[in-house]
Design a protein around this ligand. Structure first.
Ligand code: FES
Length: 142
């Protein structure tokens, strides 16, 4: 094979090949939970997405950092049960103050996941417990 994509150029290729590849799911730790990344890999004011291997099922979560506080949620909008983001790590509103669903614009408080604007107003994101161990963020069971 001499370069180019696997789909070739004859029109039968993957029409979504321009999208970033899904990340490999993170395997669970032997004693439970999933080690995500160093704490500093989620800068203050930023959000980052991860995919966990949950007993063979891919489970997306989002981690948001505010100072020393970390907030974790399942990456699933309560409106249509689809991921909040369309692009990697793009979870926040332009002003960075709320989580925002990319599909219909629902806005969620970072502190508790409550939808404060949009078609799922009054509903919550599913929280996901996090811990910090040895300066690494570890996702625990929801
Ligand atoms: S799917 Fe998120 S607001 Fe509609």
């Amino acid at each position: 094979m001499s370069g180019g994509d696997a789909g070739g150029s004859g029109g039968g290729g993957d029409p979504w090949s321009f999208l970033p590849a899904d990340p490999a799911p993170i395997a669970p730790l032997a004693d439970g939970g999933w080690e995500l990344c160093p704490v500093d890999a989620v800068p203050d004011g930023a959000a980052r997405g991860f995919v966990l291997d949950d007993a063979g099922v891919r489970l997306g979560i989002v981690v948001v950092r505010r100072g020393d506080d970390l907030y974790g949620y399942v990456n699933r909008c309560p409106h249509l049960s689809i991921p909040l983001n369309l692009w990697p790590d793009k979870f926040l509103s332009p002003d960075g103050q709320v989580l925002q669903c990319a599909t219909h614009g629902a806005r969620f408080r970072i502190e508790d996941g409550l939808c404060i604007h949009g078609p799922c107003d009054g509903r919550f994101l599913t929280s996901f417990r996090l811990a910090v161990k040895n300066r690494k963020i570890v996702a625990l069971e929801p």
